[in-house]
Design a protein around this ligand. Sequence first.
Ligand code: NIG
Ligand code: FE
Length: 417
Amino acid sequence: MKKTLIYNAPELVTSAGAAPKSGANMADIGLIKNGAVFIVGDTIEAVGPSAELQERYKGADCLRIDATGKAVLPGFVDSHTHLVFGGYRADEFSWRLRGDSYLSIMERGGGINASVSMTRNATDEELIAAGMDRLSGMLEYGVTTVESKSGYGLDKDTELRQLRAMRELNDRQPVELVPTFMGAHSVLPEHKGKERAFLDWLLDDVMPTVKAEGLAEFVDIFTENNVFSIEDSRYYLNRAREMGFKLKMHADEMVQLGGAELAAEVGAVSADHLLKASDQGIADMARAGVIGTVLPATAFCLKEDFARARYMIDQGMAIAIATDLNPGSCFTHSVPLLIALSCLYMGLSVEEVITALTLNAAAAVGRADRVGSIEVGKQADIIMLKYPSIHFLPYHTGVNLVERVIKKGQLVLDKSK
Ligand code: NIG
Ligand code: FE
């Protein structure tokens, strides 16, 4: 079995833990100065001070990576994306630049429904090829696990094709995909006023196949004005949970509807966006242990105020940070942009941001027992930076510092030479 010793890391971030960190604990990243990690196969076998591990494994037959001058972290987890879609909406970005709102573009037939037409028209190979390209860009930023939502089909065939494309993508490249069924992403004109019947159709006709084929672990819904109401969302999420799906929500993004409160009520794993979440909703989520996934690049691209992540952490919530990569509101997979916005505009420390991109994001995709930290027994998903300290992450603003990526014990990206 392949063995690797990474040693002499000036800073080794462990993000140790099997459960998400909340409140003040988010600042604890388990930093080891001059650290080392020993990998056997796809699993971490030892973590600790470099001197100790170098002594213990001095006779071992293994690949040795000298991390002098390079900070070492767990691979990043991007816990909210819509990465499988056909076509693009660059025109909408220009309309937004001249002042049109996201919801007004959606109401006149653009927005998600425009991507639905383009995705229905894309072949399986086109969806997979575009997904491969996006995933290789994510890997460059140190993302080793990514959540990926359907929701640009809204008919049975295309929703299933999106999910099957994700399965294929999982086999074809190193980044691990966690699939989410998001058939409740938008209301097509023919379903207007008949939202409940559409949700019943998803529940009765589509989701049993998704379940039977193991095509998705999570179910997500866009709870928003002119999309799905709180009442319809409650009904849908409760039934989805009874079918054995874990739950996510797009909650309180544009309008304060009470999505955060509902996420706590139905026991969602995460509620995402939360730009307009109420104080009550935040208190409810903290109490119920719902992870708040904030998506600062989306707020940035929509020129909206950022989610109150600082306040949420201070109220005891666990926060994850994700890109929301999608063809409309936020066409970026840039982790450096997330780090910059989180530190400079949401008031988070670099330590909190790291927890939000590693352990807490792993928990948001139901993988905290396996990924998100550098700990004995966990999967060896590890990144090495070009610089010695995590403090370069926000400081070298907007620049990609990831030099090497190890996924399941394999060096899958190396820009060190
Ligand atoms: O998370 N808010 C709803 N869904 C996506 C946008 C998708 C799109 O614009 O295509 C989001 O921002
Ligand atoms: Fe989204």
